[in-house]
Design a protein around this ligand. Structure first.
Ligand code: S3P
Length: 167
């Protein structure tokens, strides 16, 4: 089974759906944000504060390139589509865009106290909607398939992905 790369906005469920895909397919799950955090030896929000988003994107790109060569389920961060070189990598792979309505995403982002997201922390809801609108096309362009996740649980989403990929 080939790798599956998951992309989508913050709060889209990339990690939870990734876990389910990993369970069903037996492929190991790699969470790119976790790998970045391990490499930089600090939480991502702290790195953003100290070194800025630009430096974060450089590390994100390097690790995306490295892990895209392995046979895994890869849950990326919401900004993985921002860099052009990343989109080139994503397009060559089996990449799935998990989409959801902006209000649902924002609710999930705000409710998730265990995961500090620097871009969300410093933005209003309107700014987040704008960011999603800006990125929407990039997600669409970088993915082979788009799955609308609204109202579906992680198992339904994972099974829908695998069904679509078989076709
Ligand atoms: C980011 C999303 C985050 C993390 C970083 C930047 C973004 O990942 O990579 O805070 O630019 O959208 P999640 O999508 O897992 O929250």
């Amino acid at each position: 089974m080939k790798s599956i790369l998951l992309i989508g906005f913050m709060g889209a469920g990339k990690s939870t759906v990734g876990k389910e895909l990993s369970r069903i397919t037996g492929l190991p799950l790699v969470d790119l944000d976790e790998k970045i955090s391990k490499k930089i030896q600090m939480p991502i929000h702290q790195y953003f504060d100290e070194f800025g988003e630009k430096n974060f994107r450089v590390i994100e790109s390097k690790l995306l390139e490295e892990f895209s060569q392995q046979e895994i389920i890869l849950a990326t961060g919401g900004g993985a589509v921002v860099q052009m070189e990343n989109r080139t990598i994503l397009k060559k792979q089996t990449t799935v865009y998990l989409s959801a309505d902006s209000q649902t995403l924002i609710q999930r982002i705000r409710a998730d106290k265990s995961h500090i997201r620097p871009l969300a922390q410093n933005s209003t809801d309107d700014q987040l909607v704008k960011l999603l609108v800006q990125r929407e096309q990039l997600y669409q362009k970088s993915a082979n398939i788009t799955i609308y996740t609204q109202g579906k649980n992680q198992e339904e989403i994972a099974r829908e992905i695998l069904k679509k990929l078989k076709k």
